[in-house]
Write a protein that binds this ligand. Structure first.
Ligand code: SF4
Length: 250
């Protein structure tokens, strides 16, 4: 039984048609509200909800801003893109469990509306992140959205695009010419934390290998050390941990 749903209107969008070429087995549903109601009515576990996908169009804004208090207002992390919600990994600390009221994956195909919104954005020097409410690479085989994002930002060198991930699915990135203003950020935690808390995400070894490959290919790599979780035996787990990724990547 297919757990992939679409709304009819995705056929009016280039990205929608591109995705439909890849998913032959899907069901139609009226809208996002009906999809979320269906998920709730089934009373599924978090893991079961994650198996469901919806491809639809977004009515609201794609570009969002963080709330930063005075102490943090100088950092670059102010804006993010929300073209995709949730991800199939199952980090036990994931804040999206509360942020959205379900764990199913939703992708919005009307990317042209996102880029029209970005055309009006004029804060030179800002960093715009993706991967705040999703993982940017895990479903890239299906969406190839990284090609759209990098294709757009490469012509806007005064903005920085950050793609955050815990996935080693870098195949599409290796088919694109890197630009200086594109940053691929990997989250690194000690192996013990990944094994215990970041269920289904790529292993530390896989993330390091993917980051190294992208760096050698010409991408700028971001290292995110968060969240810092104090586990039993933290001293041992973090001993030598940072050298594992700093040495090959710096
Ligand atoms: S990778 Fe990010 S979005 Fe996905 S479950 Fe983990 S914390 Fe949540």
């Amino acid at each position: 039984m297919s757990k992939i749903y679409i709304t009819e209107d995705i056929k009016n969008h280039k990205k929608g048609l591109e995705i439909l070429e890849k998913i032959k087995n899907y069901k139609l549903i009226d809208d996002e509200k009906a999809f979320v109601k269906m998920i709730h009515d089934m009373n599924l576990t978090n893991e079961e909800e994650k198996q469901y996908m919806l491809f639809t169009t977004k009515k609201g804004n794609f570009l969002k801003s963080y709330y930063l208090d005075d102490n943090l207002s100088k950092i670059k992390e102010e804006f993010y893109l929300s073209y995709e919600n949730n991800c199939p990994f199952n980090c036990l600390y994931c804040y999206l469990r509360d942020y959205f009221n379900h764990s199913a994956f939703i992708f919005y195909v009307n990317l042209e509306d996102m880029f029209a919104e970005l055309d009006k954005f004029n804060k030179t020097g800002s960093m715009i992140s993706a991967g705040i409410v999703n993982d940017t690479l895990v479903h890239d085989n299906l969406t190839n959205v990284t090609a759209d994002l990098i294709g757009y930002f490469k012509d806007r060198p005064k903005l920085i695009l950050e793609l955050r991930t815990k996935s080693h699915n870098i195949k599409n990135l290796l088919e694109i010419t890197p630009s200086k203003n594109i940053l691929i950020s990997f989250t690194f935690s000690p192996k013990e934390v990944i094994d215990r808390y970041e269920l289904r995400a790529s292993s530390l070894k896989e993330r390091i290998a993917a980051a190294k490959k992208l760096q050698d290919y010409g991408y700028s790599i971001g290292l995110r050390l968060d969240p810092m979780i104090d586990i039993e035996g933290s001293d041992l787990a973090t001993k030598g941990w940072s050298r594992k990724f700093f040495l090959p990547l710096t």
